[in-house]
Design a protein around this ligand. Structure first.
Ligand code: ADP
Ligand code: MG
Ligand code: ZN
Length: 478
């Protein structure tokens, strides 16, 4: 029997607000434990949470960017459970009335086809604290409440993904959108984007869902697809030999690339949701929704399409350039000033990203401006310098911060297009290599490449290559 995998993803994204969701403590990663807390996020009795308006705004923007319907009325509920990182013994979340209904994530597959994976909902909630297990003891653990009260949105997909590849595309696109609209930095290593994957299988063609397993502890997109891949294999093998799948929560072991049982359905929680009496319902006006919709920037998919049409770029080019909004902005600033925007795209991929990679930097930290880069490439376009010299000049721009013109002037790197000057170099090279000249004249014309190389070398790379070729040919055929 042939099986089909069914996958639904639950993604938690921490909102990048300045303060927490229900108190005014700073929302920041990496501070000394328990330095960013107050009675509200420590869960003292009798305190009063107040919703952070900026967090609400970001949740609404996420909903709009993902094509969902923003609820004019939503509400916070208490999700009750005990865990040491949750001092109130309930998490403030949304259950019956989430802030966003529906929407979808549209991906472009490798073959160029588009596919939209529908969302069930997006709701807001607070993050819990974090347990720290010191390496030097097994007698106790520590609680850090800095993360408690960090604003989250949970983006829940319908069970309509069917492969690990699509899951990876979905997450990549979702992350790009949330970053473009500046609602989350989506750093999976720091936990600001977290994903749980629900996986089941069913006979191909079936319309009912199989028993699902929920996989937690996924902290990279690659981890998500590896975990799903393993889980599909495990479930297929189990069903093939007649073993039923049990509904359970499993953990992903990234080193061994396997999932392991964590807890079964019998231990599943009953959260006893009920409306949080400390918080008023959230009412959003149509005007506010329209205002936020109008404030959205161009989203990654639209930008990629426009870049392909406007600048003649390939899907691969735009995939790279639009990976982050900052890089796409950088490209557009340079492209607007460049005589040949396609060359800018090539230059970013070949030179800029290579240098950033080597330095482990982001485009925001890059020492060369897009304006100066366009200036450099225009000097190649108009023949002032060769493409090869441009690479050296660029390296110097990176280290000195100077623009191309200054470096070219100071170092005398201007391309030589004076035929008299080039003729002199050619004459010297031909005189020094009589054997090669003889070979050429006896029909082994491939040796011309060697002579061109010598001439370019003699000229310090500055001779105009097209002119060298033309003049050399004349000389050899005399
Ligand atoms: P739970 O209450 O266990 O969290 P939900 O019904 O809220 O379950 O669904 C959580 C996620 O699991 C959603 O993304 C949903 O699409 C997905 N899901 C639900 N049922 C299945 C299934 N049978 N197979 C795969 N994914 C599923
Ligand atoms: Mg769940
Ligand atoms: Zn606080």
């Amino acid at each position: 029997m042939e099986f089909e995998a069914v996958i639904g993803l639950e993604v938690h994204a921490q909102l990048n607000t300045a303060t927490k969701i229900f108190c005014s403590c700073a929302n920041r990663f990496g501070a000394e434990p328990n330095t960013l807390t107050c009675p509200v996020c420590q869960g003292h009795p009798g305190v009063l949470p107040v919703l952070n308006g900026k967090a609400l705004t970001k949740a609404i923007k996420a909903g709009l960017a993902l094509g969902g319907t923003v609820a004019r009325y939503s509400r916070f509920d208490r999700k009750n459970y005990f865990y040491p990182d949750l001092p109130k013994a309930y998490q403030i979340s949304q259950y019956e009335h989430p802030i966003v209904i529906g929407g979808g994530v549209t991906v472009v597959r490798d073959d160029g086809s588009e596919h939209t994976f529908p969302l069930t909902r997006i709701h807001m909630e607070e993050d819990a604290g974090k347990l720290v297990h010191p390496a030097d003891t097994n007698t106790h653990s520590l609680v850090d409440l800095n993360r408690a009260g960090t604003p989250l949105i949970e983006i829940v997909s319908e069970p309509e993904l069917h492969s690990p590849e699509d899951a990876a595309l979905y997450l990549t696109e979702l992350r790009a959108i949330l970053r473009y609209i500046d609602v989350s930095d989506c750093n999976m290593e720091e936990g600001s984007l977290r994903c749980d994957a629900n996986v089941s299988i069913r006979p191909r063609g079936a319309t009912t869902l199989g028993t699902k397993v929920e996989i937690k502890n996924l902290n990279s997109i690659k981890g998500v697809s590896k975990a799903i891949e393993y889980e599909i294999r495990r479930q297929t093998e189990a069903l093939a030999c007649g073993t039923a799948i049990v509904q359970e929560t499993r953990l992903f072991d990234a080193d061994r690339e396997v999932t392991l049982s964590m807890r079964s359905k019998e231990e599943a929680h009953d959260y006893r949701y009920f409306p949080d009496p400390d918080l008023v319902p959230v009412l959003v006006t149509e005007e506010r929704i329209n205002e936020l919709r109008a404030s959205l920037p161009e989203l990654p998919r639209a930008r990629k399409k426009r870049f392909m049409e406007q600048y003649g770029l390939t899907p691969k080019d735009v995939g790279t350039l639009c990976a982050s909004r900052e890089l796409a902005d950088w490209f557009e600033t340079a492209a607007a000033l460049a005589k040949n925007p396609k060359k800018v795209a090539n230059w970013i991929q070949a030179e800029v990203l290579r240098i950033l990679n080597a330095k482990n930097q982001d485009i925001a930290d890059f020492s060369v401006s897009p304006q100066d880069t366009a200036g450099l490439l225009n000097l190649v376009e108009d023949g002032t310098i060769s493409g090869k010299i441009a690479k050296d000049v660029f390296e110097k721009m990176v280290t000195t911060g100077q623009d191309a013109e200054s470096i070219i002037e100071a170092e005398g790197l201007r391309q030589v297009s004076d035929s008299n000057e080039i003729d002199l170099v050619i004459a010297a090279v031909l005189a020094a290599n009589p054997a090669q000249v003889e070979q050429y004249r006896s029909g082994k014309t491939a040796v011309k490449g060697f002579l061109v190389g010598q001439i370019m070398k003699q000229s310090g790379g500055k001779a105009n290559p097209a002119l060298v070729n033309q003049l050399l040919e004349q000389k050899l055929n005399q």
